[in-house]
Design a protein. Structure first.
Length: 316
């Protein structure tokens, strides 16, 4: 039997590095590709002596020249936090268009299966709650967040076009808020921001009134969803997220409880087009993949905070 090989784009990132670990654990060979503009080699340092792992530092917006056979390509190569994609708007749009097509071309040439990491941001500030995959979204196409939202919407469109017209086997995961070890302390998303502030004894930053909601999925559950989706025969988008919804204010209180801190709350203006609600309907994932989150919020937060505590103490 031919050894299976995955090309993971964005392998030095948060989710990408966990995916790399999972595929290696399943006996695959992995080629990780990353240009390191938001990823870090620290996330892959433990694989330095792993013979089945190779790393290529490259911008995926350049043609992907990969020797040998490829079974699957998983595209996680995009800035994903507001602080990153607002600082790197053109890189974000390019990787969501040129980069995705380069990945699809590689799949076409190799006869490989493609998995796109899309996002709940394709739903925008939703008028439907919870969000089902059949919802087309409420996205501002010219607002500051559009560089990410519309890049991902385009990425889904070109993925489906390659499926329909070039007969590439494709899968689309719409990822909701995911958290866990290896998130960057400074990436601007709510989990690392509030946890780092609490660990440092700083005021917790809450945007708006704090009543906007999010749903938090632990990274191990996310990776399990990706693994099942890639190996399934289902081609339509699938929500991968935790339907347990909470307000940002409640999340800030939970962070303080887990850290054991008593920090003040600082309210700041809500960013333009920031979604007021976010919760996945995961009926499709349950029915098609037999998947739903297994890691409880308290357990996931304990694991995450333990990792962040080490980062804060080491000054990273």
């Amino acid at each position: 039997m031919t050894e299976q090989r995955a090309v993971i784009l964005g392998a030095a990132g948060f989710i990408g590095s966990h995916l790399t670990d999972r595929f290696l654990a399943e006996g695959w060979r992995v080629l990780g590709v990353d240009n390191l503009i938001t990823g870090t080699m620290r996330n892959l340092a433990h694989l330095e002596r792993e013979p089945r792992f190779e790393f290529l530092e490259q911008d995926v917006c350049l043609p992907l020249q990969v020797a040998g056979s490829v079974t699957a390509v998983l595209d996680f190569a995009s800035p994903a936090s507001p602080i990153d994609y607002l600082e790197k708007p053109f890189e974000t749009m390019h990787v969501g268009s040129v980069g995705v097509e380069n990945a699809l071309k590689l799949c076409e040439a190799k006869g490989a299966r493609f998995l796109l990491s899309s996002t709940s941001e394709v739903y925008g500030d939703p008028l439907e709650h919870p969000q089902r995959e059949t919802y087309w979204g409420n996205v501002n196409p010219i607002g500051p967040r559009s560089v990410y939202d519309e890049a991902k919407r385009f990425a889904e469109a070109i993925t489906m076009a390659y499926r329909r017209y070039r007969k590439v086997e494709t899968r689309v995961a719409r990822i909701f808020n995911t958290y866990g070890p290896r998130m960057r302390l400074d990436d601007g998303r709510v989990v690392p921001t509030l946890v780092a502030q609490a660990l440092r004894g700083e005021p917790l930053t809450v945007f708006g009134d704090g009543l906007q909601t999010r749903s938090f999925c632990y990274v191990d559950d996310n990776v399990e969803g990706m693994w099942r989706l890639l190996r399934s025969d289902y081609a339509e988008p699938v929500n991968i997220g935790n339907p347990l919804e909470m307000t940002i204010r409640a999340f800030a209180d939970a962070v303080q409880r887990h850290v054991g801190s008593h920090c003040t709350i600082e309210h700041r203006p809500l960013p333009q087009d920031d979604p007021r609600v976010r919760r996945p309907d995961i009926t499709r994932a349950r029915e098609v993949l037999g998947w739903e989150p297994q890691v409880g919020f308290d357990e996931g937060m304990d694991r995450t905070i333990a990792w962040f505590r080490e980062q804060v103490s080491s000054g990273r």
